[in-house]
Design a protein around this ligand. Structure first.
Ligand SMILES: *[C@@H]1O[C@H](CO)[C@@H](O)[C@H](O)[C@H]1NC(C)=O
Ligand SMILES: *[C@@H]1O[C@H](CO)[C@@H](O)[C@H](O)[C@H]1NC(C)=O
Ligand SMILES: *[C@@H]1O[C@H](CO)[C@@H](O)[C@H](O)[C@H]1NC(C)=O
Ligand SMILES: *[C@@H]1O[C@H](CO)[C@@H](O)[C@H](O)[C@H]1NC(C)=O
Length: 391
């Protein structure tokens, strides 16, 4: 099938792009002379392909991910149509047949709840992210660092919880592989971008209440999302965080990932996070949703009116704070970083190459000692990660 060939090509392109790096450019509201709405186009060009990320706050905050087989493919927006009540078809890629794969993620809701002792969980009124008002992203755009920030507050806030606070999505694009500096120091490739969800200064409505972010991933017919959890090596980069989760999109009859979201099971309660600022982060079960996605205007503009019937919509809840629900109460700050990208998510490994280089550089005895301690560490990790019956 043509789709299968296209997807195989995507895997090849993604692998090539990850090796060679990309030229990234960012453009705010292309072709529109107003800052009343936000649309950020991130174009990452490789030698034989280009990747497009379209971030927007039109409707609920969302991002479109489009991979094309042409280095010169371009984003087109019909603004009058996009801002109209029927945006279907207002956003497309030119030439249309250069598109090999497209996907999208939309952040729909923020829930807040607290433990009501005998009754279980008490939920406060939900923050619907499609009913937020967003600042202009233009003044946060940094073309050198390749970052931008979308910040907003609820359009109506009767309780005043957001009087001194805001919710933000901070985007970082990458031209080459590497690792982010601040914790959780996510590993990235040139085929990915990082998104940080930040809740700052928002007054909790309960004593030690916790937050839960709901997102939906949209795939064209056939492909489906799967949640993978993996115990990661307890490396120096994210001490004390052992779990790495990814929400991967897979083609039918294949476990080869087309795109992914990947994160560590930790959020942080500080703008300059240290290990002790960690807030536990849990993912709920993945649900396939039927029907439309209310408020997802950008997705409708790209995928069309039949979004609900022709695409697969998977909904995931990510909650922050376990027993340490008080961390947000004290700090009034929460940040959660997630990597979004194409192809296979990057993985932390002890590479045999690194071990052999170490052996040559430091002398074999020391390397053997290091290798030995790694094995001990791994053995210890296994003790905690597997349930072994005690005889
Ligand atoms: C944009 O969309 C509107 C409404 O659908 C249409 O009338 C107009 O011709 C379109 N403009 C372009 C340049 O395609
Ligand atoms: C907002 O901040 C100001 C100044 O820091 C403070 O006086 C006020 O009480 C705060 N309001 C809320 C709702 O936290
Ligand atoms: C909030 O929780 C703390 C710790 O559980 C408790 O000491 C305090 O009395 C509670 N405050 C209110 C207003 O319920
Ligand atoms: C997410 O959490 C909300 C609130 O608890 C719940 O109504 C919804 O069913 C959950 N969705 C998933 C996919 O777990």
């Amino acid at each position: 099938m043509a789709a299968a060939a296209g997807l195989a090509l995507l895997a090849l392109l993604a692998a090539a792009g990850a090796e060679r790096g990309r030229k990234v450019s960012m453009e705010y509201n292309p072709g529109w002379n107003s800052s009343s709405v936000n649309l950020l186009h991130v174009r990452a060009v490789g030698p034989e392909d280009s990747l497009h990320y379209v971030w927007s706050s039109i409707g609920a905050p969302s991002v479109l991910l489009v991979a094309t087989r042409s280095p010169s493919s371009a984003l087109r927006v019909n603004w009058t149509q996009l801002l109209s009540p029927s945006p279907a078809g207002a956003v497309w890629i030119d030439p249309p047949d250069s598109v090999v794969y497209s996907s999208a993620v939309v952040f729909t809701k923020l829930f807040e709840f607290s433990e009501a002792k005998p009754l279980g969980e008490l939920f406060y009124p939900t923050y619907d992210l499609s009913e937020f008002s967003w600042d202009s992203l233009n003044h946060t755009l940094n073309h050198t660092a390749l970052t931008a920030e979308l910040r907003g507050v609820p359009a109506t806030d009767p309780g005043g919880a957001f009087a001194n606070g805001s919710l933000a999505f901070r985007v970082t694009a990458y031209e080459a592989g590497g690792r982010a500096g601040p914790l959780p120091s996510l590993l990235h490739t040139a085929d990915s971008s990082q998104l940080e969800f930040i809740l700052a200064g928002v007054l909790p409505r309960g004593n030690g209440s916790r937050f839960l972010l709901q997102l939906a991933a949209v795939e064209p017919a056939g492909a489906a999302r799967r949640l993978r959890a993996r115990s990661s090596i307890d490396d120096e980069y994210t001490p004390s965080v052992f779990q790495e989760l990814s929400l991967v999109a897979e083609a039918p009859n294949s476990s080869c990932p087309l795109s992914f979201l990947q994160w560590k099971a930790a959020a942080y309660g500080s703008p300059s996070p240290r290990r002790e600022d960690g807030i536990q982060c849990r993912a709920g079960g993945l649900q396939v949703a039927n029907g439309s996605l209310p408020g997802a205007s950008l997705l409708q503009a790209f995928f069309g009116d039949s979004l609900g019937s022709t695409c697969t919509v998977s909904v995931l809840n990510v909650s922050f704070g376990g027993e340490e629900g008080h961390v947000y109460q004290e700090r009034r700050y929460l940040s959660w970083a997630v990597l979004l990208g194409f192809g296979e998510p990057p993985r932390d490994t002890f590479s045999p190459l690194v071990i052999s280089i170490t052996a040559v550089a430091l002398g074999t005895p020391l390397a053997m000692l290091l290798l030995g301690s790694c094995l001990v560490l791994l053995a210890q990790r296994r003790r905690y990660s597997e349930y072994e019956p005690i005889n």
